[in-house]
Design a protein around this ligand. Sequence first.
Ligand code: ZN
Length: 464
Amino acid sequence: MDENFMLDNEVSQQLYHQHAAGLPIIDYHCHLNPEFIAKDRKFDNLGQIWLEGDHYKWRAMRTNGIEERFCTGKETTDWEKFEKWAYTVPYTMRNPLYHWTHLELKTAFGVDKVLNPGTAREIFDECTAKLRTPEYSARGLMKKYKVETLCTTDDPIDSLEHHLSLQKEGYEIKVLPTWRPDKAMAVDVPANFRTYIEKLSEVSGVTISKYSDVIDALQVRHDFFATVGCKLSDHGIEEFYAEDYTQAEIDVLFNKVYGGADLTKEEILKFKSAMMVEFAIMDCKKGWTQQFHFGAIRDNNSRLFAKLGPDTGFDSIGDFTIAKQMSKFLNRLDTNNLLAKTIIYNLNPRDNDLISTMIGNFQDGSVAGKIQFGSGWWFLDQKFGMTAQMNSLSSLGLLSRFVGMLTDSRSFLSYPRHEYFRRIMCNLIGTDVVNGEIPASEMDFLGKMVENVSYYNAKEFFKF
Ligand SMILES: [Zn+2]
């Protein structure tokens, strides 16, 4: 893993080192806890920062035959967990975890050694000693990786107290909230929905007794998020909801579910379809960007879900049929001039070309790359997945207008994923130049293109 890691030729190397490597990071979608930034969390050791909350690593460890107590268990120490991780690392070769692990060791800690059982102790001790210095706090790491802006993922009922305190303090890195209102349309379990809506009522100060009150309450919160600098929404959906419905029907459905009765499958789809439109209108009116992460099939293992809860490594790629509904949803908004800037992330790589062509239907010349095909997400966030996403976007759309990479991570050590992405992108472009498919005389433009996809497109697009 030298300086030309994954850069196969001189043009790729030139593009990366001269145009990508030095740029700051705009991490426009992540799941970092804003409290850790506000309080500038210090980490006890490498085991803690690496294994606390990282379901990618837990999944690999379980696959490698490691018992659950060394993944999520409270009864094992950070060192004991780390030791099992170090044992697992060689078995992750060809999985992105192997590259991420060593990129993190190298770029954060300056450790050039390969992690395996033989080096585990010295690497743990060296990194842990560094983690105990101020340079390696949450903020220290963000500074080290030249993070300029990051967007967390937040519920409409969240107080955003930590974002506010960071702003009050005048913290130099922009830490902005993202509006993620999934629970406001989660009518699948009436009791949970009711509990959520009651909290929404309390936080917004809007008394809720009918559907339009819910929208009013959400609008209050949407306005509040805007005052804290929010510029994006995010929606985790299985599929695009675009059923036909009337307002009268939705009013009745709200009363039914709020009263505690189960909705039928069709009624749930109608309700979600209506909410998706309401959310989209709010975003469009504010000039925000709406993001859709779709296609996961979650919590597949009910035994372990009951024990460990969500986001613990038991999700996978779904196979929902999406083209017609996605088209109908986007068209419904576009017809009424209510289509906000949009980013669509698929989890099933089968849908790459579908999305690359779908986004072309709704580009209207108002903003370059108004409708975006999001960077390889979750299971596709690796060399193969990112390359496939960029090749599809290049072939069927404009790679040059892509807003680029995000970490989608819960860890302060995940920023090298931007480097990983930039190297892969530079290698794709550089290889085309070497092969004579892109003219070498256009190196000035290509240098700018690399800079744009790495950084400037996002800066221009989101207008933080
Ligand atoms: Zn996410």
